[in-house]
Design a protein around this ligand. Sequence first.
Ligand code: ZN
Length: 220
Amino acid sequence: MSYVHRFIDDGSCDLPLGKVVCVGRNYAAHARELNNPIPSTPMLFIKPATAAVSLDGPITIPQGRGACHHELEVSVLIGEVLTNSSQEAAKKAVAGYGLGLDLTLRDVQNTLKEKGHPWEAAKAFDGSCPLSAFVPVEQVADPLNLDLQLERNGVLQQKGNTSEMITGIFDLVAFMSTQFTLLPGDVVMTGTPAGVGALQGGDELVLVLDKYCEFTVLVG
Ligand code: ZN
């Protein structure tokens, strides 16, 4: 379970793992599929460092706690301290881009939502954030126009583009920095496109980040 950040080319990365800051409902089609209103400001939550595991997997999902959904998201590796930052400063602070799964215990989350309770039990459990290696920032031509997709057992489930985000990557990172200081090694998860669904043991997932990288992941 010991996760360390890596880059896809030579693998090495000096940044220590920190927290993972996430946003809910950042793609309109995903908000609609779960019958959720679109928030007027980004709806943030945090996964602790203990949530991070390598996407190299196999990944494990909790047993006996209802459906565990995949949410494919573009992940952003933060390389500099950000507090109350501008969009420009946020852009300069990015060290790399990758893919992550915001694993969500959907039944647990629905119960928590009904009661008006916080989401951590559904979102922040050990292993709830499988993360890929990161593409170094200088290799990514246009972060605001990145395709992402997830196939489960050969069937396309999720497909989106970062241009479809309600709050774009740099505005989102800047907003997050007004709520929580982001530290080098923190990861920002940027929200999931439509097509979320339950995982089963034995599933094979293929995750693609535009032309940059593809990962095959087994669910243990
Ligand atoms: Zn998510």
